[in-house]
Design a protein around this ligand. Structure first.
Ligand code: UT7
Length: 330
């Protein structure tokens, strides 16, 4: 029997209308366009409207996918949502999306893996397809980072943006789709990147609000070092175990947290600039949405050709990290 793989058969994206650029941030905190661009590669980011939540962003991304590829939501079996900014603790964002888009025959759940959320979700979704259980799995990366960002703190407020992007996975017997992946987790990262308030450890009180515990905390320098070494390491391991080298990669789509992190990974993987997708200038770090946004933008720019090897790699809070190898066919 031929091996069944999960392949991406449709994609879509959504970024909120409002754009916040570096010049506006210069008026909000002690920063400069020059600093932000040279230290991160970011120029602008999209910010959700008041009341526009993570499930709304994701539903809009699904609508984009439906318009492009004519997907019937009733055919979706499963919805896997990667987010760290769910609309609320419960019900899950998957439930809200399922209701919004009319995926009346789907079950679903959220996963929390921060910036690695989309690659984790792809790995999970691929297993459900490869074992023959489901035929259409919607994988969502959606985050409304502006809702947990302190716009008086220059360390973090320049870094993040809001967006959602989706991919539909279906079975194929061709030699395409998700070929392999490696996922990693190291809870030592809990001290470097977190939001302390609102959970069972520090339930929301006036004190947690006064202490700004409902915002992202990050030790940028430490996270930077881990991100470079771990994303490069896991990508090299994944290529090696598939007897591949950097030169075999058609397109590398890394998590977009900092252009300098991407550049360092690219040099460790010995890739050329034309093998790398970068759109951090337009969106900043949209957490679980960066990688699927990169896929959609690369597709729209004609940079994904059938048969190309696509290497995805992410690193985020937890720490979480992982890489996925895909033979593109869409
Ligand atoms: O996606 C999840 C994973 N997250 C990441 O991968 C992010 C990883 N970290 C980073 O991307 C970088 O560490 C940052 C962009 C957060 C910071 O860049 P850095 O090169 O590590 O800068 P730094 O924190 O060492 O700060 C350098 C200087 C400091 O001033 P002094 O002490 O040298 O006088 C900071 O106070 O830059 C100052 N600074 C700023 N200046 C202008 C820090 N933030 C800003 C700012 N504008 N926004």
């Amino acid at each position: 029997m031929k091996k069944i793989r999960a392949t991406i058969t449709a994609i879509g994206k959504y970024a909120p209308e409002r754009i916040l650029n570096n010049y506006e941030l210069e008026k909000m905190v002690d920063t400069s366009d020059e600093w932000i661009r040279s230290r991160t590669g970011i120029f602008e980011r999209h910010i959700a409207a008041k009341g526009e939540a993570t499930s709304d962003l994701a539903s809009a991304a699904f609508e984009d996918m439906r318009k492009r590829f004519g997907i019937d939501p009733e055919e979706i079996d499963l919805i896997v949502v990667a987010t760290i900014t769910p609309d609320m603790f419960f019900p899950s964002t998957a439930a809200l999306i399922q209701h919004n888009i009319g995926a009346n025959n789907a079950f679903g759940f959220d996963i929390s893996a921060a910036c690695s959320g989309f690659v984790y979700a792809l790995a999970i979704a691929a297993e459900f397809i490869e074992n023959g259980r489901y035929k259409k799995v919607l994988v969502v990366g959606s985050d409304t980072m502006s809702t947990i960002t302190d716009y008086t703190n220059r360390d973090t407020c320049i870094l993040f943006g809001d967006a959602a992007s989706v991919a539909l996975l279906e079975p194929t017997e061709e030699d395409s789709g998700i070929l392999d992946y490696i996922m990693k987790l190291d809870g030592k990262g809990k001290d470097y990147l977190y939001m302390a308030g609102g959970g069972s450890k520090n339930p929301a009180t006036h004190e947690t609000i006064d202490k700004k515990m409902h915002y992202i905390y990050q030790e940028g320098k430490a996270v930077f070092k881990f991100a470079v070494s771990k994303m490069a390491e896991v990508s090299v391991d994944l290529l090696k175990r598939n007897s591949l080298k950097g030169e075999d990669v058609g397109l590398f789509i890394p998590h977009q947290a900092n252009k300098r992190i991407i550049d360092a990974c690219v040099s460790r993987l010995k890739l050329k600039d034309e093998q790398v997708m970068i759109n951090i200038d337009k969106y900043a770090n949209t957490t679980a949405a960066t990688i699927p946004l990169g896929i959609v933008d690369a597709y729209d720019q004609g940079r994904l050709k059938n048969g190309d090897l696509l290497l995805l790699s992410a690193f985020g809070g937890g720490f979480t990290w992982g890489s996925v190898l895909i033979r593109w066919s869409l």
